[in-house]
Design a protein around this ligand. Structure first.
Ligand SMILES: Cc1cc2nc3c(=O)[nH]c(=O)nc-3n(C[C@H](O)[C@H](O)[C@H](O)COP(=O)(O)OP(=O)(O)OC[C@H]3O[C@@H](n4cnc5c(N)ncnc54)[C@H](O)[C@@H]3O)c2cc1C
Length: 256
């Protein structure tokens, strides 16, 4: 239905990301395809070293999930408890690239992937693709599940907000797997996560303090940041340097 009538049909899940205006403004829109009715999108599987989370899983379920590391921490930062009960993992990921959505930042830090299915078949969208500013999910693509290796090592996730409990203006996720090395990921409000590879190199050799600050500042200066009424791009770049540093400091958190 999504492929056959792309202008008329829209996939909906928890409906927390669809404003009434976004639905009523488009006169062509007349079919809501209920993602929550698709059996395949439900369920969580832990097999071997992998964790697979169905797209219909609520953010609240993910928020309390043992073993999900920075992903669970990110889900706990989405809106409030009511929103987390209603909103889904798939809806959150599908909105990445369009706004500062939380899960994609953590997913990239964990080097995870997203399983999608559509008229073009079924495939995995990797972390690197999510970091491509040109990437969007096609209108007929359904997010089926996300997949990560069971996080080992240490991780942390932080959200920079305009004020306590306010809107997020940027997110940072870090994960240091002893075998694969550190991954430091920032989303400065654009919805597109970026890896700070220069900062990762400093973390890998145990650098900290001023060396880390300087690397974070240099890396952030080259990242495209959102510039909107919540925060200017300049503010985001400068403030997120501090968030990157404090997230790395906090990374002592035990992987679950
Ligand atoms: C008050 C408020 C605060 C919010 N705060 C945050 C926040 O802090 N962080 C954050 O990240 N987001 C936030 N959001 C945005 C949004 O609610 C969440 O991202 C939520 O996870 C969306 O999930 P949903 O199931 O409600 O998606 P829906 O609203 O049902 O859908 C959202 C979009 O995703 C598409 N979609 C849904 N499911 C799938 C799927 N399985 N495959 C492909 N496409 C799909 C839909 O077509 C639609 O375009 C907030 C929203 C509100 C209203």
């Amino acid at each position: 239905m999504l492929a056959a009538e792309p202008a008329a049909a829209r996939l909906v899940a928890g409906c927390t990301g669809l404003t009434p205006r976004s639905i009523t403004i488009d006169p062509a829109l007349r079919i809501a395809v209920d993602a929550l009715a698709l059996e395949e999108l439900h369920g969580v599987e832990k097999g071997g070293e992998r964790l697979r989370i169905g797209a219909a899983t609520s953010l609240r379920t993910l928020a309390g999930m043992a073993g999900a590391g920075a992903l669970a921490a990110a889900a706990r930062q989405v809106g409030d408890e009511v929103l987390q009960r209603q909103g889904t993992v798939g809806g959150n990921l599908a909105m990445s690239g369009r706004a500062p959505h939380d899960l994609a930042t953590a997913l990239v830090a964990l080097d995870g992937s997203v399983e999608v299915v559509g008229a073009g078949g079924r495939h995995q969208v990797g972390a690197d693709q999510l970091c491509d500013p040109g990437f969007t999910f096609a209108d007929d693509q359904v997010v089926v599940a996300l997949e990560v290796g069971l996080p080992s090592g240490s991780w942390a996730y932080r959200k920079l907000t305009t004020n306590a409990g306010g809107y997020g203006v940027g997110t940072v996720a870090v994960h240091h797997d002893p075998e694969r090395g550190p991954r430091v990921v920032v989303n400065p409000g654009t919805g597109v996560p970026s890896r700070l590879t220069a900062v990762e190199e400093v973390v890998a050799r145990g650098g900290s303090g001023e060396e880390l600050s300087a690397a974070a500042a240099r890396a952030m200066a080259h990242i495209e940041a959102a510039d909107d009424p919540l925060a200017s791009a300049r503010y985001r770049r400068r403030a997120l340097v501090g968030t990157v540093e404090s997230t790395i400091e906090e990374m002592g958190g035990t992987a679950r």
